[in-house]
Design a protein around this ligand. Structure first.
Ligand code: ZN
Length: 259
């Protein structure tokens, strides 16, 4: 591991007023969460054309029948946050990390928060929603996904809210608008950050792709931790081509150690 760069980053992070992290599939892959794209990705085994917002609106029964299978594939295993998720949560509680923007819908960052001390926890901005929840399309009521998916498995297609509206997985489907308010908050956090960490994201999909550039333009130290190169490597001050579960716990140690 590039210890010199890690120490330099820790030196930047300790006095920072605000640090922001952006995370992608690469942070959850070490927990065993299946990835969507790439070799052996979920979209190799499922037809992504069946999971569009258009189909949900046209044929919510068929959509839900297929989504039950997809959900089993995605979350059939019992995934736990890994050392990288934990390190970020700790950098929020005892360090300058104010927000974690995530492209992931697995909800793992949320499991690292300490609800007893919510004020010191970093804010979590879910850019693509959270697949562990569902949302009623009529009244906006949000629920834990598991019991609702059980009802769908028992044949309630689509499962419905008390108000009669259909539940939809609380994620951004293909062809659906991104949550504008969340995206705006993520952009302002990126602009106001002193240090911006892009972790386990290929930085290809918008809006994630723009965030490191916004931060860099506003003068932040931009750091990328990803196994493969990204289109944003050129704007980064430091690039770690390394495993996130190695880099982040070590960074946390360095930030927490007193000189
Ligand atoms: Zn409702």
């Amino acid at each position: 591991m590039d210890e010199t760069s890690l120490e330099r980053l820790a030196t930047d992070l300790r006095p920072a007023d605000s640090a922001v992290a952006l995370t992608g599939a690469g942070i959850s892959a070490p927990s065993g969460v299946p990835t969507f794209r790439g070799d052996d990705g979920v979209w190799d085994r499922f037809d992504q054309g069946q999971f569009t917002y258009g189909r949900f609106q046209r044929d919510s029964e068929g959509f839900w029948a297929d989504r039950v299978e997809l959900q089993r594939e995605l979350f059939g295993g019992n995934y736990e946050p890994n050392a990288a998720h934990e390190a970020l949560a700790a950098l929020g509680r005892r360090g300058p990390l104010e927000a974690i923007c995530t492209q992931n819908t697995d909800g793992l960052h949320g499991e690292t928060l300490e609800s007893t001390d919510a004020e010191s926890d970093p804010a979590i901005l879910e850019l693509h929603g959270n697949a562990r929840r569902v949302r009623c399309v009529d009244c906006g009521n949000r629920r834990d996904a598991d019991p609702i998916f059980e009802r769908a498995e028992d044949g309630e297609l689509p499962p419905r809210c008390e108000c009669g509206g259909a539940f939809k997985p609380d994620v951004v489907l293909f062809g659906e608008q991104l949550p504008a308010a969340v995206i705006q908050r993520a952009k302002s956090r990126a602009r106001e950050s002193d240090v911006f960490l892009a972790i386990g994201s290929s930085l290809v999909v918008e809006p994630a792709a723009s965030l490191p550039r916004l931060a860099a333009d506003a003068g932040a130290t931009v750091v990328i931790v990803n196994l493969e190169s990204t289109p944003c490597d050129g704007v980064a001050d430091i690039v770690f081509r390394e495993d996130v579960t190695q880099v982040l716990p070590r960074l946390r140690e360095l930030v927490e150690s007193v000189d």
